[in-house]
Each structure stands twice: as structure tokens, then as C-alpha cells.
Write a protein that binds this ligand. Structure first.
Ligand code: GRG
Length: 272
């Protein structure tokens, strides 16, 4: 399979859908809508929505997964916009351009994040069949709420000036990063109305891939587990997680070829 081509075509499919969902920049309140669009485009890797689509495809039902994929990307973008705020990470740049609050002001950046988060759940309620919308909303809100991403961010802030134990670091990474990956693969299963065994397999895949993704990010930044264990052990840890993520895909056989290639691709960031 040509992964590069798959990622490119899927990204452009996702970008088109994201564009269609976003309010036009010339509609009032213009600066708010422009701040939302500015944060979504041009995007990053779009790995989370790609995982939604590839997971649905592995379950044999790609059709209908695009709304869930867009909801996940809007949630991810909201988290980046809010994470960059002065009260959080205080970053002036995101994806090589001024962060949302640097460009549109703090109030607009807070509201743009709020708008993106709200849009995500509106899409689930409006564009997913009623029979699965509730479980999709439950999964996504659970992954990003106080027992998920928001809780992880709070724990991270609380422990900022303290030395984190390996266990605490793992817990924060699981909540801050891996839960949204897990929700992404599970949303693919939910939209495909997959059975319990396959849903659990995809849940394990997403969680392990998310942990690996964070480990790779830490290795590239010399942060997190690298500070605790050193570069060599952090690399072994990331590799092991990728192997475990791929092992979870067993029930899918050849249908999981894209998910497998995505997992390998995450690890390849360390060698390219
Ligand atoms: C502020 C509610 C709130 C949550 C913040 C996700 C998050 C929690 C903070 C972002 C900062 C961070 C280091 C998160 C860890 C996950 C991560 C590596 C995010 C970056 O995701 P990519 O690489 O970004 O997929 P692109 O630009 O490709 O979309």
C-alpha cells in the first residue's frame, strides 16, 4: 500500500469536509469565525481524523465516518488553541505561524476554542444517525472531559514545577494525548456499528498508538520520558507500544493494513 498517497488523499478529503462545516469568515461575528478558520487551516497531520476513517474502513464501513472524523479534528484544534493561551502553555507560534491569540487576541482565541468544541458536538448530533450519535457523543466527551484530556491538562499544570514519577507521567500522557486517539479509533468502530470484540481491539490500538505518539513527540523534543529514562529507553518504549498497537489489530487481518501502516509511520518519525 502507498501510505503517502493514502495520507495525502485522505487529508484532502478531510480538509474539504472541515471547510464545509466551518462558518464562513465573512459571516458575523467575523473575527471569531476567522479565528476558527485560521486555527484549522492549513492543518497539521490530521492523524486523528485519519484514524477515525481507517478504523471505520477496517470494520468494513467507511461510508458515514466523515462527520465523526471532523468532530475529532475540531476538538483537537480547540485543545491546541486553548493550550497556546498565556494562562496555559503561553506559546506565540503554532504550526509555524502566530498562535490564534497572537493573531486575533485572547478573547477571540478563547471563544474560537469554545466554538470549535461546540461545533464538534453539533456535527455529531446533526450528521450522525440518531441510533449511534449518543454513543459517539458519550465516547468523545468522556475522552476529552475532566477524566480525559481536560483532566490531564489540569494534572499536568498542577505538577509543573514538581518532579513527576514515571507513573504520574504515564497517567498524564494517557489522559492528555492517548484518550483522544482511543476515541478516534473507537468512533470509527461506532460509526461502522462494529461488534464488541472489534470495538475493544480498536480501542486498544488507539490507546497504545496515542501513548506511542506522545513518546515519539517527547523523543523529538527531548522531553517527558526522555528526561526520566534517557533517549535509548524512551525509543524502546515507543517501539514496544507500536508493536502492541499493531498486535491489537489481529481480529481485522488484512483489513487493518492502513491502521498498521499508520502505526509504523508514527515510529518512522524517529528515523527521518
Ligand atoms: C487546553 C483543554 C486543553 C487541553 C490541552 C492536547 C493538549 C491538551 C495540549 C496540546 C499540547 C500537547 C503537547 C499535547 C500532546 C499531544 C500532541 C503531541 C499534540 C500535537 O498534536 P499533533 O502533532 O498536531 O497531531 P498537528 O499540528 O499535526 O495537528
Amino acid at each position: 500500500m502507498d501510505l503517502k498517497r493514502y495520507l495525502e488523499t485522505t487529508k484532502s478529503l478531510i480538509d474539504k469536509a472541515l471547510d464545509a462545516y466551518l462558518p464562513p469568515g465573512d459571516k458575523e461575528p467575523k473575527s471569531l469565525h476567522r479565528a476558527m478558520r485560521y486555527s484549522v487551516f492549513p492543518g497539521g497531520k490530521r492523524i486523528r481524523p485519519i484514524i477515525v476513517l481507517a478504523s471505520a474502513e477496517a470494520c468494513g464501513a467507511l461510508k458515514g465516518a466523515l462527520p465523526a472524523a471532523c468532530a475529532v479534528e475540531f476538538v483537537h484544534t480547540y485543545s491546541l488553541v486553548h493550550d497556546d493561551l498565556p494562562a496555559m502553555d503561553d506559546d506565540d507560534y503554532r504550526r509555524e505561524k502566530p498562535s490564534c491569540h497572537r493573531k486575533f487576541g485572547e478573547a477571540n482565541a478563547i471563544l474560537a476554542g469554545d466554538g470549535l468544541l461546540t461545533l464538534a458536538f453539533n456535527i455529531i448530533a446533526s450528521d450522525m444517525p440518531p441510533s449511534i450519535a449518543a454513543s459517539a457523543a458519550k465516547e468523545l466527551s468522556g475522552a476529552i472531559g475532566t477524566f480525559g484530556m481536560v483532566g490531564g491538562q489540569a494534572a499536568d499544570i498542577e505538577s509543573q514545577d514538581k518532579k513527576k514519577s514515571p507513573k504520574e507521567l504515564e497517567r498524564i500522557n494517557r489522559l492528555k494525548t492517548a484518550r483522544l486517539f482511543e476515541a478516534s479509533s473507537k468512533l470509527g468502530a461506532i460509526t461502522a456499528k462494529s461488534d464488541g470484540r472489534k470495538t475493544k481491539a480498536l480501542s486498544d490500538y488507539g490507546e497504545r498508538l496515542g501513548m506511542a505518539f506522545q513518546a515519539v513527540d517527547d523523543i523529538l523534543d527531548g522531553d517527558g520520558s526522555v528526561k526520566l529514562f534517557g533517549d535509548a529507553r524512551a525509543r524502546l518504549y515507543a517501539r514496544d507500544l507500536i508493536e502492541k498497537a499493531k498486535a491489537a489489530l489481529k481480529p481485522f487481518g488484512a483489513r487493518a493494513e492502513k491502521l498498521e501502516a499508520i502505526a509504523d509511520h508514527v515510529l518512522e518519525q524517529l528515523t527521518t
